[in-house]
Write a protein that binds this ligand. Sequence first.
Ligand code: HGY
Ligand code: MN
Ligand code: MN
Length: 407
Amino acid sequence: MSVVSRLDTIATVGRDPSSGGYRRLAWTDADLTLREWFASEASSLGLDVETDRNGNIWAWWGDPSSGDAVVTGSHLDSVPDGGNYDGPLGVASALDAVGELQRRGVQPRRPLAVACFTDEEGGRFGVACIGSRLATGVLTPERALALRDVDGVTFAEALTRAGRDPHALGAESERLKRISAFVELHVEQGRGLIDLGHAVAVGTAILPHGRWRIDIGGQPNHAGTTRMADRRDPMVVFARLVLAAQAEASARDIPTRAARATIGKVSCTPNAVNAVPAHVTGWLDARAEDEETLDALLEAIARDIATPGITVTVTEESRTPAQYFDVTLSEHVAGLMPGTPLLATGAGHDAGVLAEAGVPSAMLFVRNPTGISHSPEERAEDADCETGGQALADVLADLLTADTLPR
Ligand code: HGY
Ligand code: MN
Ligand code: MN
């Protein structure tokens, strides 16, 4: 096997033939198929597979109860019409690395797990990193169970349909305490590695980011008989929201300091061609170099769209502070690959959630030749995928056989 051949075995799962993108939303049939694939692949490597109370899957090489574990892995779910690399590349690379270590005859001094965290994208229920956030306790079971997808299906109902106990959810502090190092490999989701001319980088930090639901209420009315001056049209304010997000982020997004704002999801009620809408909801994804810039960006956008006679309600759905990977572990990992660049990212990851909870975490990024991600066009060159897999195997071999782990 190789990293690419493992990815190829799931290349048809959840793929939409019209867009070429992947629809692997959490707890849907495509996700369940991938979970079965992972369990089968892990079992064929002789790993012991368990699923924790939050649905995260752990495939163990060694006895987890002995602690001081090294964990690697990523996620299998996607955004709607996402690519086949965001998440699965980290899982396939982790499986391939275990196979490589077994071929090398590596004798681990501590347990290793390959983990698949559930619902990292939040593509169905709106909150990012649900599986890892439930495990660290930053997301409460009560809030998670009340989340609904666009069809009104609650997270609890989705879990039940998948044969999971929705009332088992909760923090896993004892499990996390037994992890001494978590290393996640992930496809790079921007141009960072293209510009650096390297196949692999070591992560340093994840920028602050979040998601806000913006509800805009107006006066539903007849499209043909309502004079323009008499309208209170929420769609007009939504249009201003899109332009304000673009203008305010662009004004702050400079080469040395990031600021990003995206409106990628919208709903309209009643959504009729010949009716001035009653209500329009837009979802804002905003990210910035630091919390102050992120707050200023949000305030500016809210200020820009305030309109007499129109109600605007901003609800924070998910917010992640700046997350910093463990410096000692990351420097150790980088030291194993001399010349490997260090790279911060604007993309969220489970490794960031674990790092925020105090689990020593590091990331490896694999070059994305176009920088395009969250898109059917997302890809990584086969050679870079294998280079990343070998790098991960070398890092894991070092961590599994070291007398003590970097502290
Ligand atoms: O949205 C993100 O930053 C990540 O891809 N979940
Ligand atoms: Mn991802
Ligand atoms: Mn993603």
